[in-house]
Design a protein around this ligand. Structure first.
Ligand SMILES: NC(=O)c1ccc[n+]([C@@H]2O[C@H](COP(=O)([O-])OP(=O)(O)OC[C@H]3O[C@@H](n4cnc5c(N)ncnc54)[C@H](OP(=O)(O)O)[C@@H]3O)[C@@H](O)[C@H]2O)c1
Length: 188
């Protein structure tokens, strides 16, 4: 199905043409969540050069592309990246070596305080509804990171909600705008 999308309108950046361009470092529509994370790191002047980034999760929409973008020769970028998944051994030890942790695991509160070193930058991609009787809705949103445990140790941490989610929307709108401009250009 993705192959049927016109790559010039592929604002999610999932078409193999755009994925290939991204891997090659060529201009491309970048997947919205990883793109949003890179925009956020840039906006807050987070130093990434030479840092060890540990990405937990290797999905095609988040983990794998963010690991590629963080390792590219760019700013933000130039990280040494370790990409972890469900078969990774000693995940806690690996995470403790991370200057930057990107959690895209899909499990609520997966990253705990004992997995993160002092001063680390923590990007929480996960989003989950968990039951909460104190809320009118009966639930609240949490991420893949145990915020209460990790925030006191982190130098920078994204909240859930209000962190990566809105950045994903902003990046998608940016891609859509750029696609529209490109389309206009083609018509002219
Ligand atoms: N905020 C946003 O805008 C946004 C956007 C997209 C996704 N999300 C959220 O981000 C989370 C991840 O999404 P996704 O689509 O990337 O999820 P996904 O496709 O389910 O991928 C999860 C990844 O985590 C790995 N994993 C699972 N259990 C693990 C474990 N115990 N140890 C280490 N790695 C483990 C999996 O490994 P294997 O490959 O070995 O199975 C897989 O690579 C979800 O909560 C999703 O709702 C948020």
């Amino acid at each position: 199905m993705i192959n049927t999308i016109d790559p010039s309108k592929d604002v999610d950046g999932f078409h193999p043409m755009n994925v290939g361009k991204m891997v090659s470092g060529l201009p491309a529509f970048l997947p919205a969540t990883p793109y949003g994370i890179m925009l956020m790191l840039e906006h807050y002047n987070i130093e990434t050069k030479g840092k060890h980034a540990v990405v937990i999760g290797r999905s095609h929409i988040v983990g794998t592309p963010v690991s590629i973008l963080l390792s590219r020769n760019s700013n933000p970028g130039n990280c040494t990246v370790t990409l972890c998944h469900s078969h990774t051994k000693n995940l806690r030890e690996i995470c403790l070596q991370a200057d930057i942790v990107v959690a895209a695991v899909g499990r609520p509160h997966f990253v705990t305080g004992d997995m993160v070193k002092e001063g680390a930058v923590v990007v929480d991609v996960g989003i989950h509804r968990i039951p909460d009787e104190t809320k009118k809705s009966g639930f609240r949103l949490v991420g893949d990171v145990n915020y209460a445990e990790v925030a006191p140790k982190a130098s920078f941490i994204t909240p859930v909600p209000g962190g990566v989610g809105p950045m994903t929307i902003a990046a998608l709108l940016k891609n859509t705008y750029q696609a529209a401009i490109g389309q206009k250009g083609n018509q002219n």
